[in-house]
Structure formats: C-alpha cells, structure tokens
Design a protein around this ligand. Sequence first.
Ligand code: AMP
Length: 415
Amino acid sequence: MTIDNYNFANKKAIVRVDFNVPLDENGHITDDTRIRGALPTLKKILADGGSLIIMSHMGKPKGKVNPKFSLSQIKDDVAKALGTDVIFAPDCANAKEAAANLKPGQVLLLENLRFYPEEEGKPVGIDKEDPGYDAAKKEMKERQKEFAKTLASYADVYVNDAFGTAHRKHASTAVIADYFDADNKMLGYLMEKEVNAVDNILSNIQRPFTAIMGGSKVSTKIGIIENLMDKVDNLILCGGMTYTFAKAMGGKIGDSICEDDKLQLARDIMAKAKEKGVNLVLGTDCVAGNAFSNDAETMICPSNDIPDGWEGMDAGPETRKAFAAVIEPAKTILWNGPAGVFEFDNFTAGSRAIAEAIVKATENGAFSLVGGGDSVACVNKFGLADSVSYVSTGGGALLEAIEGKELPGVAAIKK
Ligand code: AMP
C-alpha cells in the first residue's frame, strides 16, 4: 500500500516518526528539521479525516523513564506545527483508552518509546559474555513482540516515516508491522523520498560518480567505503581519517587524530582502489592548529609533515582545489562526513569548499545526495541545503541502505 492511495477517513493511524530533536538545557527545541520532515505524512492523515497516534523515541534513556527525554517537552511544538491541539499519553504502553477515544482530526502523542527496553529489544543488565545472555535475549524478543502488539492495538493502520531508525529492528519500526495486513501498512512520504533518493544513487548512476567520505574515523565508515569502491569513479576520503592514511604511508602527523590500529586497513583501501581503478583522493595539505580549539593558532602544512604539538584540523588550500576538481564535473555525488572540525568556525573551509563544489555540480545537472548529521549540519550552516538535490535525514540508515543492506523498517512494510 502507498500513502497516496490510502484514504484515512475515520481510521486511526499510528505513525512512527523520528522526533529525536535536539533540545537545549531548558528543554527547548534547537532544530525542528525532523518535525517539519514528518509534516506531509501527518497532515495527509488529518486532511483525509483520520486520527493520529504519533510515536517516537528521543535520546538514549536506555529502557528507563527519564524526564530529560520526555516527549511532553515537544508537545506544544508538534501542536503548533500541525496547527491543532495534541493530547499527550504519558505512558506509551498504556494508551489504549486515549487512543480509543480519539475522534477524526484529533492527535495523540505517545511518550518516548525507549522508556521501555522492549522498544529496542535488547536485554538489560546483562553482558553479551554472561552465560544467561542468550536466554535473556530470547525472553526480551518475546516481550518486544507483546509491546509491539500493544502499540498496534491502538490503530487500524500503521505508517512508518522514521528513516533515521529504519536500519533498526525495533518494536515500533519493524516488529509492529507484523500486526497489520499488507493493505494497512505503508511508508510515509519522508520514507518514500529517502528510499527513492537511495535508489537514484544506486540504480541510476550517471558518471562520473564522486563520493566524499569524511568525519573523524575510518573504522566507522569502512563498510560503506568498501562498498562504494565497486561503484564510484572518484572517492574522496577526508576529515580526521586523512591522518591515519598519511601515517600509513610513512608520514609525520604531529598530534593529529589517528587510528593506529587501522594503518594496515588504510593501506588495504589504497591497494583496493588501485586494483579497481578508483581515483582515491586524499588531502595533501592541511590547516593545522596548535590546540583543539577554535582559537588555536593555525598554519598550512603538508598532511604528511605536521610538527609535534600541531594537529590537522581542516583541508588545506591545495587539497580543497583537488577536491573541487573531482566534484564539479561529477554527475552523481554522495557526501557523508565533514572535511574538518566544522563545529569551529575557523576550520570550516574544507567542508565549505566541498559544499560549494557540490552546489556547482548540481547546477550543472548532477544528482547530489548529502546525508548524515554532520554533513547536513554543514550544508545548513552554509545556507546551501536547498542547492543540493537531496538532503537525507538518515545517518546510519542512509549508509546501510547505500551499502546495499535491506533496512528492517522498509522490509517489514513490504512483507
Ligand atoms: P563522524 O562522527 O565520524 O562522522 O565524524 C564527525 C566529526 O568528525 C565532526 O564532529 C568533526 O569535528 C570531526 N572531524 C573532522 N575532521 C577532523 C579532524 N581533522 N580532526 C578531528 N576531528 C575531525
């Protein structure tokens, strides 16, 4: 079933959204992108004359009630965004009556799903190595099914619009779908858009295809890097991982961030790129700082010759030019991870150069996909989010989808 083909009139729809929004110390939302992202789906259901049961997680309360992560803090913002009152259910697993009382056009927001360990389905208080772990895991899986069944019992139809958690097999993202037949479960608009964007990258590759992977570590990106090697023409590896590669090639990297146990991995990646004919582009110069601070003194130096007491914190001018040279002519572009410590204003030049080159390529007809929290924060910071083809809300989910893995949140709907 697709959301466009479904008439929600007089139906109760339970919708999994990703309202895991950042809050300041007073519990006020600092970025409402995720709420805005879910609005087309939520509004369609209300416009059809359905009633809405909204469910989400927030933060990592680890299966325990924690007011710091209460969704009650965002109730008024959700109401404002929807233009209608929102009723709050303070216990997501005991909301049957509140759900039953909903009239068409009414909205119920459930408390944080992760206040229950059943949501994630991981046994609590027991280590993987402990002898009873397997039994505890089995028992928790049963409890997870019951929890999902309870949530399902509130509604006639299930919609999953939470791409950010689509790579997790949680009660509300996947298990719940088992309690609805194929005609009464579907992806929301945001999920549809995300899945289509990934399809576009994977099935309709216009060449040259340039992927830019940045961020702090190579270890967390290795799966996607290896997978991309079979697809891309150019692979830019930037950010903190630059220095693991520089050291692996015998360079001197001063105090730069480095994964010493990944030096061989870096050499293997370089060899694999050569073997597959992928143009691997690494930074040759950097902006080094004498402290990990925005106010650090800086100097430009070769990425493989950084003095002690200094650390590479951004891509240098020569590197930025080299990056732009393989981004601007590209016809398919994927960007995940910043090229420097972009949170510090004095170390944004590398990420900015990447963003601007992507915008240029997009103007020239490229399909560009930017994903992952930090790269999205970059394009937002530079005011360029509207100038790329697609900004994904998913970090881990996006990377797993591009790796070619089936997302449990999507698979559960198709079943
Ligand atoms: P990740 O979570 O692995 O995607 O990494 C994102 C983080 O990498 C951001 O917080 C950046 O500040 C950080 N980062 C990027 N370049 C560097 C660098 N040269 N040194 C230290 N951290 C970096």
